[in-house]
Design a binder for this molecule. Structure first.
Ligand code: AMP
Length: 232
């Protein structure tokens, strides 16, 4: 049974960092829709270029485009042992589409982790976030150049103060309902993201391992929603 993880959290909650770290440690692919869109823009993909202006304003890209990207990515064989989704689903329609994809393909249950950080702290973090202008990696605290490729750090276009507020508003309006959509599942977990990064990492690992073992027993692929709750 694959380990299928969704890392949820507001912009600035650290979900991207945690998703990347967890995926690396477990040898799973990270599927970051934001990274995929930014790469597609660099490659001058016409659909992505059309989405760029909205992204720079902090708006969401339309569900149809994003769902098609994720559907295609999840058909790749490297996702069979599992995957870590970062930045998807961001709307209830995307969450429903993901359930349908998982059911169609007989994939195991989804473990959903919500990294929770108070709004004031999110605004503070987003205001000081820097990324590499060349490879897009988040800047490590204290580093003056990218530790991955040596590139220069810049402010992400959508981390401008006005845009940050818009992104948080969009999160509240469109993405918070996704948490309600998942909350009742036996594989839903919350983690306090306002702690030291190592503590967050530790809690994320235990949350995922605990949820995976509570969601999986007795399950047959495709029977996710009818499974009994175990060990709660
Ligand atoms: P991120 O790096 O995850 O913050 O994504 C950057 C931007 O890409 C977002 O602000 C959206 O404009 C767009 N985007 C990424 N993922 C999604 C998604 N699942 N649904 C809609 N838009 C998305």
């Amino acid at each position: 049974m694959g380990l299928n993880v969704i890392m949820m959290g507001a912009p600035g909650a650290g979900k991207g960092t945690q998703a990347g770290r967890f995926a690396r440690e477990r040898g799973l692919p990270t599927i970051s829709t934001g990274d995929m869109l930014r790469e597609a823009i660099k490659e001058k993909n016409p659909v992505a270029l059309e989405a760029q202006a909205g992204m720079d304003r902090g708006e969401l890209v339309d569900d149809g485009t994003i769902i098609a990207i994720v559907r295609d990515r999840l058909s790749k064989p490297d996702t069979r042992p599992g995957f870590v989704l970062d930045g998807f689903p961001r709307t209830v329609e995307q969450a429903r589409a993901l359930d349908a994809i998982m059911d169609e393909r007989g994939r195991g249950p989804l473990v959903v982790v919500d990294v929770v950080v108070p709004e004031q702290e999110l605004v503070r973090r987003l205001g000081s976030r820097r990324i590499c202008s060349r490879c897009g990696a988040n800047a490590d605290p204290g580093a003056t150049a990218c530790t991955k490729c040596g590139g220069e750090f810049v402010v992400r276009a959508d981390d401008d103060a006005q845009v940050v507020l818009e992104r948080l508003k969009v999160y509240e309006r469109a993405t918070r309902p996704v948490l309600e959509y998942y909350r009742a599942r036996p594989t839903f977990r919350m983690v306090n993201g306002a702690q030291a990064p190592e503590q967050v990492a530790h809690d994320v690992d235990s949350a995922i391992d605990g949820a995976a073992s509570s969601g999986a027993p007795g399950q047959v692929a495709g029977e996710r929603r009818t499974s009994a709750r175990v060990a709660e």
